[in-house]
Design a protein around this ligand. Structure first.
Ligand SMILES: Nc1ncnc2c1ncn2[C@@H]1O[C@H](COP(=O)(O)OP(=O)(O)OP(=O)(O)O)[C@@H](O)[C@H]1O
Ligand SMILES: [Mg+2]
Length: 339
C-alpha cells in the first residue's frame, strides 16, 4: 500500500499531486488538499460539478496556476524546478474553450509547438496534415482558415490536433470534446483513445460527461467542491459501487445502462443452442460483444433469444435472464472488490 489515495506500488507515476492546495487571491479555495497519482500511460478522467476545481487542478500541473501549498511531480521531478518552457514541451494542453490564436490559420495553430521546437517546414507540414485528417478536418479545406471561420466543434478539433502535434508524453485535456456534436464526438473519442493507447500517452481529461469518462478512462476521479476527491476507481466500480452520495448523485439513475457498455457477452451467460433456435441466421451476436449491443439485439428479436457466435460456430443463445446475469456479475464483482 502507499500513502497516496489510489496508488498501486510498482506502477510508474507520471503525475503526482501531493497535498496540493490552491486558494486564489480573493480567498476562494478552489482545491483544499488534493493527493492523487496519475499512472504512466493511463487515461484518467476528472469529473465533478461546475466550480469544483477541475480546471484549477489541471492548470497547476503545467504551472499555469501556482499551488498555494503542496507539491506536484512530473515523472518524479518537482514541477516548480522545471522551467516553464521545458514543462510545456513535456505536457500538451487542450484548454477549456479552445484558446486558438485568432490571427493564425488552422495550420499555423497546429504547428505552434513543432515550430517552437525548430522542426523543418516539410516535417511540420506533413504532421499538420496527418493530424487534421485524424480529427476529421480535411486539410485542403481547413488548413488556411482562421479560427473565426470555424464552428465551435471544429475549433475544438483543431485544439486537439494542436495538443497532439509533438506526441507529448503527458496530455492535459479540459473538456476537449464538449462542443463537438454527438456523432463526431463519439468518432473523435474512439480515434483519440486508439492513438492514446498506441502512443502510450498519459492523459488527464476533464469532462462533465460521465458517459465520456466511463467510456474513455482507465480510472475516474470524482471531485466535489474544493477539489475533494470523492472516489478514484475504474469505471465499472464507479458505476456499480459509488463510494459516496456525491458520486451516486453524479452517476445518477443511468448507472445500470452505462454499465451495459462496459460488460461483454460471455459463454457462461448463454443457453445451449441445441434446439437449433436462431442457428444459421445472419444476425446474432458474438462472444465478447458489449452488453449494450446484446440489449439492442434482444430488443429487436421477437423470439427473445439471440444466437451467439464464436468463430464460425453458434455456441449458444442469449436471452433476457442471461443478459441480466451478465450485468449482475459486473455489479457484484465491483462491489466485492470495493468491500
Ligand atoms: N482566478 C480566479 N480567482 C478566483 N477564483 C477563481 C479563479 N479561477 C477559478 N476560481 C474559482 O475556483 C473554483 C474552481 O474553479 P475551476 O475553474 O477549477 O472549476 P471547474 O471544476 O473547472 O469548473 P467548470 O466545470 O465550470 O469548468 C470556482 O469556485 C471558481 O470560481
Ligand atoms: Mg473548468
Amino acid at each position: 500500500m502507499s500513502g497516496v489515495a489510489g496508488t498501486v506500488v510498482g506502477m510508474a507515476t507520471a503525475i503526482r499531486f501531493d497535498h496540493v492546495r490552491k486558494a486564489y487571491a480573493d480567498g476562494t479555495v478552489a482545491v483544499g488538499d488534493l493527493s492523487l497519482d496519475v499512472e504512466a500511460h493511463e487515461l484518467l478522467a476528472l469529473v465533478g460539478p461546475s466550480g469544483c476545481g477541475k480546471s484549477t487542478t489541471l492548470r497547476m500541473a503545467n504551472r499555469l496556476v501556482e499551488p498555494t501549498s503542496g507539491r506536484i511531480f512530473l515523472d518524479g521531478d518537482d514541477v516548480t524546478d522545471v522551467d516553464a518552457v521545458g514543462l510545456r514541451r513535456r505536457i500538451g494542453y487542450v484548454i477549456q474553450n479552445v484558446g486558438l490564436f485568432p490571427h493564425r490559420t488552422v495550420e499555423q495553430n497546429v504547428a505552434t509547438v513543432p515550430r517552437l521546437l525548430g522542426w523543418d517546414r516539410g516535417r511540420t507540414r506533413a504532421r499538420v496534415g496527418e493530424l487534421l485528417e485524424l480529427v476529421g478536418l480535411e486539410p485542403g479545406r481547413y488548413a488556411r482558415r482562421y479560427p473565426h471561420e470555424l464552428s465551435g466543434g471544429e475549433r475544438q478539433r483543431v485544439g486537439v490536433a494542436r495538443a497532439l502535434a509533438t506526441d507529448p508524453p503527458v496530455l492535459l485535456m479540459d473538456e476537449p470534446f464538449g462542443a463537438v456534436d454527438p456523432v463526431g464526438r463519439r468518432r473523435l473519442q474512439t480515434e483519440f483513445r486508439r492513438i492514446q493507447a498506441e502512443l502510450g500517452t498519459t492523459v488527464m481529461l476533464v469532462t462533465h460527461d460521465v458517459d465520456e469518462a466511463v467510456r474513455l478512462a482507465d480510472r475516474v476521479a470524482v471531485l466535489s467542491r474544493g477539489g475533494r476527491l470523492e472516489q478514484l476507481s475504474d469505471p465499472v466500480r464507479l458505476l456499480a459501487a459509488p463510494a459516496s452520495a456525491a458520486v451516486a448523485d453524479l452517476v445518477g439513475t443511468g448507472a445500470a445502462v452505462r454499465l451495459l457498455a462496459l460488460g461483454t457477452v460471455e459463454r457462461r451467460d448463454l443457453r445451449p443452442a441445441g434446439d437449433g433456435r436462431g442457428v444459421g441466421t445472419a444476425h446474432g451476436l458474438r462472444v465478447g460483444d458489449p452488453l449494450d449491443a446484446a440489449f439492442a439485439a434482444l430488443a429487436a428479436e421477437p423470439s427473445g433469444a439471440v444466437p451467439v457466435h464464436e468463430g464460425d460456430a453458434v455456441v449458444g443463445t442469449l436471452d433476457a435472464p442471461g443478459l441480466l446475469a451478465a450485468l449482475h456479475r459486473l455489479v457484484d464483482g465491483a462491489q466485492d472488490a470495493a468491500a
